[in-house]
Design a protein around this ligand. Structure first.
Ligand code: FAD
Length: 372
């Protein structure tokens, strides 16, 4: 049985890897031209109850631990004037080790047999061709037919329409991404504000969040709860003017916080946030399924990548348990997936509201200190 996975994100690669360690071959088709075609985003904390067991199933937990950035579980919450509202140092007892997403993806890629990932294969269409088989068409005009198809192709999945008419909706908030390099020497005040790990400084409708990443880099997500067209008049290629406009929304905030916007070493990048409906599910469609964001895209609450890893492990194990009966495997997997995803999507929406909603930062502090 040929198994085709669309998308070489963390979910698709973990699925391919766990199948591989269980002696099952799969091919991953990825739109990007190469593993380094795009920067891979920031730090991920990989959790004990979802991401880590999946990496254990992939036989990669030890290598993962070697790549963890020490001390990055520290967390600070600041008020707009720079007052420290919460300061939790990383005392080494945390259970959410932080890793650069690019390092985790590289670990997974290196663990797969040569040729498993076919780069530069952007899926443009999928259709059923009978007996549960599907034809997958690519932007370069080529196509393949597969016995089992898995959509691990993220928010704008091209596989999803085979099973569901749902599409993600804008959640009302956009993140603006900036980077400050050589932070210790060039941006000492901002570095001190961020601390050793993560910084959050939200008020209702806006906020400045940052992480201290590897290589002496401060990676910031500025959040603005505005309509998407609010950004229409801003020329993002003019970094100084664009960041000055965005920083205007933070007028009166401490300069060490606004410096995370205005001192950026890269052009700001917009990350409008989208989500699928909470409880997104579908009726069983022969020999096709989804995992990760393709199945349950939610507002970011630190769980999305972890859930993609866990989905991949659950799907792989179901396929291993039913080597001759893919329908039984997919039915079993989707039962677990739907129940978990509904709960997690609901939690993500509530966490997002606590972090960025009308009652922040009090609701955020209550969440972080367990007072809630
Ligand atoms: C700003 C932000 C911060 C986040 N922070 C965290 C965090 O701290 N912790 C956490 O756990 N989660 C976080 N998340 C969520 C996390 O990034 C996702 O949930 C996770 O990446 C989902 O993994 P995935 O494998 O399902 O999809 P993706 O990582 O999106 O991978 C999908 C892959 O499919 C490929 N692809 C897409 N379309 C096609 C196509 N047509 N043909 C072929 N290939 C295609 C893409 O190029 C990509 O490689 C964050 C999300 C955002 C937006």
């Amino acid at each position: 049985m040929s198994i085709t996975i669309i998308g070489a994100g963390l979910g698709g690669l973990t699925l391919a890897r766990i199948l591989h360690v269980n002696g099952i071959a799969a091919t991953v088709y990825e739109a990007e031209a190469s593993p380094t075609a795009r920067t891979q985003g920031g730090l991920l904390d990989v959790h004990e109850h979802n991401g880590q067991p999946a990496l254990a199933a992939a036989g990669l937990l030890e290598q993962f631990r070697d790549l963890v950035l020490q001390g990055r579980e520290a967390l600070r919450v600041l008020a707009p004037d720079g007052t420290v509202l919460l300061d939790e140092p990383d005392d080494g007892t945390g259970t959410r080790p932080e890793i650069q997403r690019a390092d985790l993806r590289r670990l997974l890629l290196d663990s797969l047999p040569e040729g498993t990932v076919r780069w530069g294969h952007k899926v443009t269409g999928v259709r059923a061709v009978g007996q549960g088989r599907h034809e997958v068409s690519f932007a370069d005009g080529s196509s393949i037919v597969t016995d089992l198809l898995v959509g691990a192709d993220g928010a704008w999945s091209r596989v999803r329409p085979l099973v569901s008419e749902s599409t993600p909706d804008y959640v009302g908030t956009t993140f603006v991404e900036t980077y400050l390099f050589d932070a210790d020497t060039r941006h000492p005040a901002a570095t001190k504000a961020v601390g050793d790990g993560a910084l959050m400084a939200p008020v209702p409708g806006k906020g400045i969040q940052a992480h201290r990443e590897s290589g002496d880099t401060l990676h910031t997500y500025v959040s603005l709860s505005v309509a998407q067209d609010w950004f229409d008049g801003i020329d993002l290629t003019d970094t100084a003017a664009a960041t000055a406009r965005i920083a205007r929304e933070f007028h009166g905030w401490a300069p060490e916080l606004t410096a995370l916007i205005t001192d950026t070493d890269t052009a700001p990048v917009l990350r409008p946030l989208f989500a699928l409906p909470i409880g997104h599910r579908w009726a069983r469609v022969p020999r096709v399924t989804l995992l990760g964001d393709a199945a349950h895209l939610s507002p970011p609450n630190g769980e999305g990548a972890n859930l993609a890893l866990l989905d991949a492990a659950d799907l792989a194990h179901a396929l291993v348990r039913h080597p001759d009966n893919p329908e039984a495997a997919l039915t079993e997997y989707e039962q677990i997936l739907f129940a978990r995803s509904a709960e997690e999507a609901d939690e993500a929406a509530r966490d997002f509201e606590r972090c960025f909603g009308a009652s922040t930062p009090e609701s955020l502090l209550a969440l972080l200190t367990g007072a809630e």
